[in-house]
Design a binder for this molecule. Structure first.
Ligand SMILES: NC(=O)c1ccc[n+]([C@@H]2O[C@H](COP(=O)([O-])OP(=O)(O)OC[C@H]3O[C@@H](n4cnc5c(N)ncnc54)[C@H](O)[C@@H]3O)[C@@H](O)[C@H]2O)c1
Length: 347
């Protein structure tokens, strides 16, 4: 079995590669990435790419058909992957996340790839509402990033057929430890703050809801999708990936961190403006379709993994929000050094 993983050098990719290597020790695993965050490693002596059979450096905007020769499944993670970056690079985000996702899938299909897995996001549901969002609910993408994921899903729909199974996993917000750790994610930010300042400051009244999924559980979902047969759910599937018990209130996340680090203070700002991004998601379809690939990591597992992973590196940077642990900062740094141009091409 040969699998291409695009965007393998990001936060989620190394955990996905590690998982595939464990469950399919003999698989031929190929990574494809432009390397925006290549240097953002927790441990500079341990490159996650060592687990691959091949690492290809390249931009999905210039991807060649040859990459997909003899490939069974493509896991497409490469993207401008959050709201702040999407806001800073609006056109590039649509190009990479939407137009190129379609282009990559066309090339994969032409080469005979059977399964295409697209990393979508629950952010497509946008603002709140009382009920948990199901796959058929109205979408209200509020940001360029979320809009790019909606457009990509729609474009991919037209490509699926009996020989080309497409699965769009609408992931909950990621959390947990990874060799290329990011601290621009709510739980990861809380743990980093707790370790470096002994305080978590919640910039809302703490009630907004955030569905979370640990990166290890994302990898399990991706494994399921990369082998999915069309069957009853069809050759094109959109499914929320996470678990119903993973719909947490922000203050519950802070409390989970305090449970592991009792000395920290949790400060809530009851006067803060309402957080528009509060939403609850229904993951029942994923539970029904993938009973053997359900999330296994509890919130406390994600928290303790982050604590021990960060402690091992001696992490104590109270100013981490200005560091390359935040993806937008990493891109800005490369730009300020003249390495990346305004369209995020290496120069
Ligand atoms: N982190 C989350 O909470 C979350 C939630 C839902 C969905 N997702 C999706 O999962 C995927 C992976 O997320 P992540 O958190 O690992 O993101 P990340 O930003 O850490 O990694 C993305 C990777 O894609 C690569 N990339 C970006 N543009 C590229 C291009 N033009 N050509 C080649 N490579 C390119 C980057 O170099 C990087 O290594 C993304 O599609 C993201 O939208 C993430």
């Amino acid at each position: 079995m040969k699998i291409v993983i695009t965007g393998n050098m990001g936060y989620i990719g190394p955990v996905v590669v590690n998982h595939f290597r464990k469950v399919y020790p003999n698989a031929n695993l190929v990574g494809y990435d432009s390397g925006f965050f290549a240097g953002c490693l927790l441990d500079h002596l341990d490159y996650p790419e060592n687990q691959l059979d091949e690492q290809v450096f390249g931009d999905v905007r210039e991807i060649s058909n040859d990459l997909f020769e003899g490939v069974d499944a493509v896991v497409h993670l490469a993207a401008i992957s959050n709201d702040p970056m999407g806001h800073a690079f609006e056109e590039v985000t649509d190009k990479i996340n939407h137009l190129c996702s379609y282009e990559v899938a066309v090339r994969a299909k032409d080469a005979g790839v059977k399964n295409f897995v697209f990393a979508s996001s629950c952010s497509v549901y946008g603002a709140g509402g009382r009920n948990a969002k199901g796959e058929n609910d109205e979408l209200q993408p509020l940001t360029s990033y979320a809009r790019s994921k909606v457009s990509a899903e729609e474009a991919l729909r037209s490509l699926a057929n009996d020989g080309f199974t497409v699965t769009c996993l609408r992931f909950a917000t990621a959390c947990g430890i990874s060799p290329r750790l990011r601290l621009d994610l709510v739980l990861n930010d809380f743990v980093a703050n707790a370790l470096s300042t002994k305080k978590i400051e919640i910039l809302s009244d703490g009630t907004p809801l955030r569905p979370l999924i640990d990166v290890k559980d994302m990898a399990r979902a991706i494994e399921w999708a990369s082998l999915r047969k069309a069957g009853n759910e069809g050759n094109f599937l959109i499914v929320n990936a996470g678990s119903n018990e993973g719909n947490y209130r922000v203050k519950e996340l802070a409390e989970a961190v305090r449970k592991e680090l009792p000395e920290i203070e949790v400060a809530i700002s009851p006067q803060a403006a309402p957080d528009k991004r509060s939403y609850k998601v229904d993951f029942s379809l994923f539970e029904k379709l993938a009973p053997n690939h359900q999330p296994q990591n509890k919130l406390r597992d994600s928290v303790s993994g982050l604590i021990s992973g960060l402690r091992e590196t001696g992490f104590s940077n109270a100013h981490f929000r200005s560091s390359s642990y935040v993806r937008l900062n990493a891109l800005r740094k490369l730009q300020s050094k003249g390495k990346l141009n305004s369209e995020l091409y290496w120069q």
